[in-house]
Design a binder for this molecule. Structure first.
Ligand SMILES: Cc1cc2nc3c(=O)[nH]c(=O)nc-3n(C[C@H](O)[C@H](O)[C@H](O)COP(=O)(O)OP(=O)(O)OC[C@H]3O[C@@H](n4cnc5c(N)ncnc54)[C@H](O)[C@@H]3O)c2cc1C
Length: 403
């Protein structure tokens, strides 16, 4: 394992770092805070914050940073794995979202189309994903299909030149802001459950779609229920083969391999906690002098370092051409749980003053720590809950029998 950057990689990092510093200050203001759950997909907040996110996206695009992991021929950066890793580290250290305002499109929907889409689909959709002119959301989960996604029941029936969709999705992040959606639908109810699913591209303005925002525990409304009532989707919006949607949806998992849990800015949260401990008291003495607080801070720092090293190990084996193992499950589980524990410890430190609302006398750091704890719970559920990650590690790493 070699921890040093080559001169080219260091030059890439330095340039990116300066760009992020400047852009964050210009777009998001002096503190540069995006919100409670920094860098979370749901952290889109009110209209003003969303407009800033769109502006940030535009700048990412113009600077050529928006899709470093896409091939150049599709408008991406064609970056090496190392450059992608550097990009993720740097962006998250600034508490910014990895892919601007179009996280799902840039992260995985675009790569899915690059891999499995028709030429027409690529020409039509990829450029506007990059510019942020078309924002995408992902309609997978349903009231009775979350962890067991293959149990989904939203139906699509082919009728002439279009599919007719009926059903309901839930927890659809950004549906209320999105122009387009990838939708998993059941097209063959008689086939075994993984085999009767198809992957459609749906215009969110189609007649028959109703979007109902859901207010989260943080008070924000970042995700939605989406209802489909005889929604017509052109036949050419099918990606891959009919009834092969399951394979299409998992094809993009390979694009997640480089991240290995780094999508969560836990390192940054820990340094902010450290900073907080310098400014408050705990049990009558400065918090950063209290032995219990110091132990906790040291433990968090050690765990964050373990996460970083584990990711480098995975990156090294990928650079040697090895196929990535189940480390993304490990990274996701470890990072999101650590993130939650860090936020909860801040609440413990702040005690009652942690629950004072923004704008009220005595409120500390805009009340963001409590907001963070509330948001951090969601990150342990989204994209496969902690229990599901435990199952994957148990079965694939420890070779335990299926539960
Ligand atoms: C912040 C956030 C954003 C999201 N954004 C989107 C989005 O944009 N699009 C979308 O489609 N979905 C989205 N989701 C939904 C997300 O994918 C689901 O919440 C997740 O897959 C869990 O499904 P569920 O909520 O139905 O819970 P369930 O699957 O019903 O699980 C309930 C509980 O049972 C546990 N459990 C379930 N199965 C097992 C098992 N086999 N072994 C052990 N424990 C088990 C789970 O861990 C959980 O604690 C989002 C969720 C969150 C929190």
């Amino acid at each position: 394992m070699d921890f040093r950057y080559t001169p080219e990689e260091e030059a890439f990092r330095t340039k990116l770092h300066s760009w992020l510093e400047k852009t964050r200050a210009e777009v998001f203001g002096r503190g540069g805070e995006l919100g409670a759950s920094t860098a979370s997909l749901l952290d889109v907040g009110d209209d003003a914050r969303w407009m800033r996110l769109l502006e940030y996206h535009r700048r990412l695009y113009e600077a050529g940073y928006v899709a470093l992991h896409w091939p150049k021929e599709y408008g991406g950066g064609g970056a090496t794995l190392m450059e992608q890793a550097i990009y993720q580290d740097e962006v998250l250290s600034f508490g910014l979202p990895l892919y601007g305002a179009n996280q799902l499109a840039i992260d995985r929907i675009g790569p899915t189309l690059i891999l499995m889409g028709t030429k027409e689909q690529k020409d039509r959709y990829l450029p506007k994903m990059l510019t942020g002119e078309e924002i995408w959301c992902q309609g997978y989960s349903e009231p009775n299909a979350g962890s067991d996604l293959a149990g989904l029941q939203t139906r699509a029936v082919l009728d002439g030149d279009s599919f007719v969709v009926n059903g309901q999705k839930v927890w659809t992040s950004l549906a209320h802001r999105a122009h387009m959606q990838v939708l998993l639908v059941r097209t063959d109810p008689d086939a075994p459950k993984h085999k009767g699913i198809s992957y459609l591209l749906v215009d969110m303005k189609s007649p028959g779609i109703t979007i109902r925002p859901l207010v989260q525990i943080t008070g924000e409304a970042g995700f939605n229920e989406v209802f489909y009532d005889n929604v017509r989707v052109p036949k050419e919006n099918l990606v891959g083969e009919l009834n092969q949607g399951w394979q299409v949806s998992i094809a993009t998992l390979m694009y997640e391999r480089v991240s290995g849990g780094t999508r969560h800015p836990v390192q940054r949260t820990i340094s902010e906690l450290l900073n907080l401990s310098r400014h408050i008291e705990f049990e009558g003495i400065p918090a950063n002098r209290h032995p219990y607080v110091r132990q906790k801070l040291a433990q968090f720092a050690i765990e964050a370092e373990c996460l970083r090293l584990s990711r480098y190990r995975s990156l090294t084996s990928q650079l040697k051409g090895k196929v990535p193992g189940p480390e993304s499950s490990f990274g996701k589980l470890f990072a999101t749980e650590l993130n939650l524990r860090v936020a909860m410890f801040a609440d413990e430190l702040l005690g009652m003053s942690g629950i004072i609302e923004k704008g009220s006398p005595g409120c500390i750091e805009g009340g963001r720590w409590l907001q963070r704890t509330l948001a951090a719970r969601g990150l342990t559920i989204a994209a496969g809950s902690s229990e599901i990650q435990h199952n994957i590690i148990g079965e694939r790493v420890l070779k335990l029998p299926k539960g």
